[in-house]
Design a protein around this ligand. Structure first.
Ligand SMILES: NC(=O)c1ccc[n+]([C@@H]2O[C@H](COP(=O)([O-])OP(=O)(O)OC[C@H]3O[C@@H](n4cnc5c(N)ncnc54)[C@H](O)[C@@H]3O)[C@@H](O)[C@H]2O)c1
Length: 385
């Protein structure tokens, strides 16, 4: 058997568990080291996965000492660029960083630069690209099974960057990575709402136009319907897509919905139920990453450029609201337009009082986090992790 790729994890929380599960299920990696500000978090990983990995409270020390092939960046969003750039400087073969790629496009661009100049492969964790129902939808659309795509409709919640960056990434994936031409949208932000320390809106509506003619729409925190997937309306049929199921309606189905529940490469839908998208997505993502690193494939579907475009399509909605216009891509404003609007006084919260819808994930007394610090200094605990 080929030598396993040595992985180090930065940030041992909920999503890192999915990464570790995926690495182990694919059989092509070993978990060599864990880094977290919290010792207990690392022990939980050892217990849950039977690991004997080295532990580090300072992720830079792990990067310096472990000679890692792969680094997973699983801290909160504002730490993604910091830790990806720190890892890239140590030249692992690849970095798998969670979504949304960064807190703004400037930092996302710096991640691409840092990885490019150090010859490091960069992957962003939009793992739904690896779900068999999504790939079946992409292939059916490419084969013309529903004619021209006229509208893809998605329903999100909990802010555009977190939930809906999966949806902007999905739109491009379903269109075989067609480019988004322009974006128009609006947001409402009356409360001082954050998600994992990232400023978010109360609700949003977005419309996307793609080069090939397709359009897509996101309603976020607007409807009671919320799910990953889409209703896809074509000139000659429709697809109703979820993370496990694809339903097709066209002339060949005689106008009736035809259901497909495709199994993954690693797991079966029937055996996993609601866990399917997490276990299969993570394992298939890890497996393709190993193939990319080993030179078995040339392109990786969740690469850094695609991660950047998913984030750009999110921030373009904020830019559309900021500038009161249709925003043509590529987006030239590199700072987060929502931050610009709030900090300039253009969109002051009318019900003051900051809160974070993910503060329950933090440990101890902490309620804020920027994810970018190394070991917290006494008295600065609130700035770390
Ligand atoms: N791809 C997906 O579907 C998906 C799903 C959930 C979360 N995510 C993403 O994963 C990321 C992490 O989210 P989560 O829910 O796992 O968060 P979490 O709070 O459960 O875990 C984050 C961990 O990072 C640690 N940490 C913070 N700063 C650190 C530092 N400087 N050095 C080392 N460790 C540090 C924390 O102690 C914590 O254990 C987020 O960006 C989120 O958007 C993605």
């Amino acid at each position: 058997m080929a030598v396993r790729l040595r992985v180090g994890i930065i940030g041992c929380g909920g999503m890192a568990k999915r990464h570790v599960g995926g690495y182990l299920a694919s059989g092509r990696f070993e978990i060599a080291a864990l880094a977290d500000l919290n010792e207990e978090a690392m022990h939980q990983f050892d217990d849950e996965f039977g690991l004997s990995a080295q532990h580090y409270r300072d992720a830079r020390e792990m990067l310096d000492r472990e000679g890692l092939d792969v680094v997973s960046v699983c801290v909160w969003h504002a730490g993604h660029a910091t830790w990806t750039i720190a890892a890239a400087a140590r030249r692992p073969k690849a970095i798998l960083c969670e979504k949304p790629m960064a807190e703004n496009l400037q930092r996302a661009e710096q991640m691409l630069v840092a990885c490019g100049r150090n010859n490091v492969k960069l992957a962003i964790g939009h793992q739904r690209r690896f779900l068999p129902a999504y790939t079946l939808a992409r292939d059916l659309i490419a084969q013309g099974a529903i004619g021209n795509v006229e509208l893809m409709q998605s329903f999100g919640a909990q802010g555009l960057p977190n939930y809906c960056s999966h949806q902007t990434d999905m739109f491009r994936y379903l269109l075989s990575d067609d480019e988004c031409e322009w974006v128009m949208g609006n947001i409402e932000r009356k409360t001082d709402r954050y998600e994992r320390s990232t400023r978010i809106e109360d609700r949003a509506i977005a419309l996307y136009q793609f080069r090939g003619g397709a359009r897509a729409m996101i309603l976020c925190d607007v409807t009671t319907i919320v799910y990953q997937g889409a209703r896809i309306y074509g000139s000659e049929g429709m697809i109703d897509l979820t993370t496990t199921e694809l339903r097709l309606l066209n002339q060949s189905t005689r106008g009736a919905w035809q259901s497909h529940l495709p199994d993954g490469q690693f797991f079966r839908v029937e055996d996993q139920g609601k866990q399917f998208e997490w276990v299969e997505g993570a394992a298939a993502q890890a497996n393709e990453l190993a193939q990319w690193i080993r030179g078995e494939i040339d392109t990786y579907r969740g690469n850094g450029e695609n991660g950047y475009k998913a984030l750009e399509m999110i921030h373009a909605v904020y830019e559309s609201a900021r500038c009161h216009e249709r925003v043509v891509l590529p987006l030239q404003t590199r700072l987060n337009p929502l931050d610009l609007m709030v900090e300039s006084g253009h969109l002051e919260p009318q019900r003051p009082g900051r809160y974070d819808i993910r503060s329950f994930l933090l440990r101890g007394e902490r309620l804020w986090s920027d994810g970018s610090a190394t070991v917290p200094h006494p008295g600065q605990e609130g700035q770390a992790g």
